[in-house]
Design a protein around this ligand. Structure first.
Ligand SMILES: Nc1ncnc2c1ncn2[C@@H]1O[C@H](COP(=O)(O)OP(=O)(O)OP(=O)(O)O)[C@@H](O)[C@H]1O
Ligand SMILES: [Mg+2]
Length: 452
């Protein structure tokens, strides 16, 4: 009962209760009534009612106005409609001041109150939708600016929270642009090391000759060009986090050196005598399939085991398409802000193409596309023709395969409703009963899907 549209009617006159209950049957999924303040509040505490219709005049020492206050104190988002005697404008005003949504005067016009209930439910639905959207954007389950509401990303976030404040070595695997560096920073930010340095070093971008000096530092004069002593990444990240990006790119000889440091926590600067130590927490990342590299003997297996104490896998964007609209919204806000443009949105059709794209460059590519659209499109709405050429070339086969969840649900609903209609010989009430929905819901869905 609590998931549908629930309505509570409060009036001391049995006739009015019965009349309203019958007259509003088609407007709600569940209706119940109460005869006074106490009964009303008891019922209100049991079930989640979105709407309460209450007579101002109630028996006992507490009236409908008191009820408004008590209800809104408990659930401020409840919509209260008040019934007042004809000509009591002051009472109506008082009710609205206390937070009533609307009022009707006696004798109650059924058509009018039906409209008001519909309006109230719509209002309520909009409010809830806005709240859901806000919660999602405000980051229920999010970590410091990382978007992801799909189950696989929620699992990643869960893992990040679990291991962030430990010293365990983490290996992050995922295709290029999936957010590995973002996750590495989150691990640091959520740990008690967050006030200490986060040092990132891209091991794929360094020539072999510089690698050792970059990691372990060097003494003045240790090689040509070493004009002064320089600490390496291991020293700089003391007490903090050392992020070894593209860790699989290290040449075999340096892999041995790195392994030794990871095992002992001790190292020497290039050209130095002194044995130094570092307690940096090691997080590394790769966009390669590390198992293949081990088989090819490009990566030492013992190094792999040392780095891969806690594995975190980030799925590619095409495996979590439900996150695409959220990411788009996030990047639009970000770039419209940064480039001082009015907030843009994406047309339904363009959103469809963006969501069904394969995104080989993952989130980074999506981010770049959104920035380009913000800068180049002068309309408030981004349309299909604004998208880069590759989006117009989505093959028919791909389009047919990729369907949004909403489409799949709609298709299934349509089939279920059609089958139930046929089975009950197009009798609406029986059909609704079979489907476990109200007649109102059935009508709504039928008109939505064009089933008549
Ligand atoms: N879930 C996400 N939410 C918001 N922004 C994201 C998300 N994932 C990635 N990004 C953004 O996408 C870009 C690429 O992310 P990042 O640099 O972390 O990827 P990567 O996995 O390290 O890629 P590469 O393997 O190419 O180094 C960054 O600008 C990052 O902020
Ligand atoms: Mg990276």
């Amino acid at each position: 009962m609590t998931d549908g549209l629930n309505l509570l009617i409060v009036d001391d006159e049995p006739n009015i209760r019965a009349g309203l209950e019958k007259g509003l049957q088609t407007e709600a999924d569940f209706i119940t009534t109460a005869a006074d303040f106490n009964e009303a509040l008891d019922k209100f505490n049991e079930v989640h009612f979105q709407i309460v219709i209450a007579d101002v005049r109630l028996p006992g020492d507490r009236d409908g106005l008191d009820l408004i206050s008590s209800i809104l104190e408990r659930k401020p988002d409840t919509t209260v409609i008040i019934i007042t005697a004809h000509g009591t404008v002051e009472t109506a005003v008082d009710a609205m001041r206390r937070g009533a949504f609307d009022f009707v005067t006696k004798p109650v016009d059924l058509n009018l109150i039906r409209q008001q209930v519909r309006k109230a439910f719509n209002h309520h639905r909009l409010q809830t939708e806005n709240q859901v959207l806000k919660d999602r954007l405000a980051g229920a389950g999010e970590i410091s600016g990382i978007i992801g509401s799909c189950a696989s990303m929620q699992e990643v976030f869960q893992q990040v929270r679990q291991v962030a404040d430990t010293d365990a070595t983490v290996l992050i695997q995922g295709e290029s642009g999936t957010g590995k560096e973002l996750i590495a920073r989150a691990l640091h930010d959520l740990s008690s090391r967050s006030s200490r340095p986060f040092v990132a070093v891209n091991l794929g971008a360094l020539p072999e000759s510089l690698l050792e000096s970059e990691l372990f530092g060097h003494e003045k004069g240790s090689f040509t060009g070493a004009s002064r002593t320089k600490p390496g990444c291991f020293e700089q990240s003391r007490g903090g986090t050392l992020f070894l990006d593209e860790v699989t790119e290290i040449p075999p000889k340096s892999q041995v050196d790195l392994l030794r440091v990871l095992e002992t926590g001790q190292f020497r600067r290039v050209g130095g005598e002194e044995l130094l130590s570092s307690d940096a927490r090691i997080v590394s990342a790769t966009n390669k399939d590390i198992q293949v590299l081990i088989e090819e003997e490009t990566v030492r297996e013992d190094l792999y085991y040392r780095l891969n104490i806690i594995p975190i896998h980030i799925p590619p964007l095409r495996r979590r398409r439900e996150d695409i609209p959220l990411l788009i919204e996030h990047f639009l806000q970000h770039f419209c802000d940064r480039h001082v443009r009015p907030l843009k949105h994406v047309s339904e059709e363009a959103m469809y193409l963006l969501t069904s794209h394969s995104w080989p460059g993952n989130v980074r590519q999506l981010r770049n596309v959104m920035e380009r659209l913000v800068v180049t499109v002068n309309h408030e709405q981004i349309e299909v023709e604004h998208l880069p050429a590759e989006f117009h070339r989505t093959s028919g086969a791909e389009k047919a395969l990729v369907r949004s969840l909403a489409e799949v649900v709609e298709e299934a609903e349509k089939q279920a409703i059609t089958a139930a209609l046929i089975a009950s010989d197009y009798h609406r009430e029986q059909t609704a009963k079979k489907l476990g929905v109200s007649v109102r819901t059935l009508h709504y869905k039928m008109s939505r899907y064009g089933l008549h």
